[in-house]
Write a protein that binds this ligand. Structure first.
Ligand code: GLN
Length: 242
């Protein structure tokens, strides 16, 4: 029986618009395939042991919560870098995504330095992007990703980090370059809430496969599940602006 372990970073502070649904989706899709997924919430004052986890999840939050997390991330930077070097899978949503980059400069107050796992930086913009997003990725089949964005931060990617997807509807990283999210090795960031994985179960499976391959060092092909409802949900949201 395959076993995976997931660290849920700062769930009390970062959890917006159903972000918890991402964890439930991973848990259930593992369970239905007889894969054990243990979930450990990591609180703000805890140290992270990078040997322990195969997957890290960090959700979205407002600037105040982000500033509390940013301070702690500086203490955990080495542990998170170690985890990334061991090819652990990271999924970061919105505010959490911003904090995996180099920094987030909010409207008011000081620059918040991030974990630096992604070559990206974020600056608060003048408009808030709110609405549904459809984007296309080359990583999965189907290629579409759907979700809901609500952010004013504008994220720009630098050399070394690629976009996760290309925007078809909505704004994504910054509303101008048509990129959405980021990917560097097994580290993924996205602005898609809503929750992201229940609406994109093909992407959830992609993450599970990567985590199993990281842990067991073998190519893994997951058993197909009956996704008729999930597929309908996904397809129904493609191309919808609101
Ligand atoms: N504070 C960030 C922004 O508005 C993140 C918000 C969020 O996580 N939804 O850009």
């Amino acid at each position: 029986m395959y076993k995976l372990s997931l660290a849920h970073l700062y769930p009390k502070l970062l959890n917006l618009y159903g972000d918890l649904g991402n964890i439930t989706t991973l848990k259930m899709r593992c369970k239905w395939r007889n894969i054990e997924l243990s979930i450990t919430p990591i609180d703000i004052d805890e140290n992270i042991n990078p040997q322990k986890y195969d997957i890290y999840f960090i959700g979205g939050g407002q600037d105040l919560q982000q500033s509390m997390v940013a301070q702690q991330l500086q203490n955990q930077k080495t542990a998170l870098k170690d985890a990334a070097e061991q090819n652990a899978v990271f999924l970061a949503i919105c505010g959490g995504y911003q904090l995996l980059g180099e920094y987030y400069q909010p409207h008011d107050g000081k620059k918040l330095y991030g974990a630096g796992l992604l070559d990206a930086y974020t600056i608060a913009g003048k408009t808030r992007f709110i609405g549904n997003v459809t984007a296309e990725t080359s990583l999965t089949s189907p290629r579409t990703l759907v979700g809901f964005e609500n952010h004013s931060g504008l994220t720009f990617l630098k050399e070394g980090t690629k976009p996760l997807a290309k925007i078809q509807i909505g704004n994504g990283n910054n509303g101008t370059d048509k990129t959405e999210g980021a990917r560097k090795n097994n580290i993924f960031g996205t602005y898609l809430h809503g929750a992201f994985l229940p609406k994109n179960v093909h992407f959830a499976d992609y993450l599970i496969e990567l985590a199993l391959e990281k842990k067991y060092k073998e190519k893994v092909q997951l058993k197909q599940l009956n996704d008729s409802i999930e597929t309908k949900t996904h397809e129904n949201l493609i191309g919808k602006k609101y």
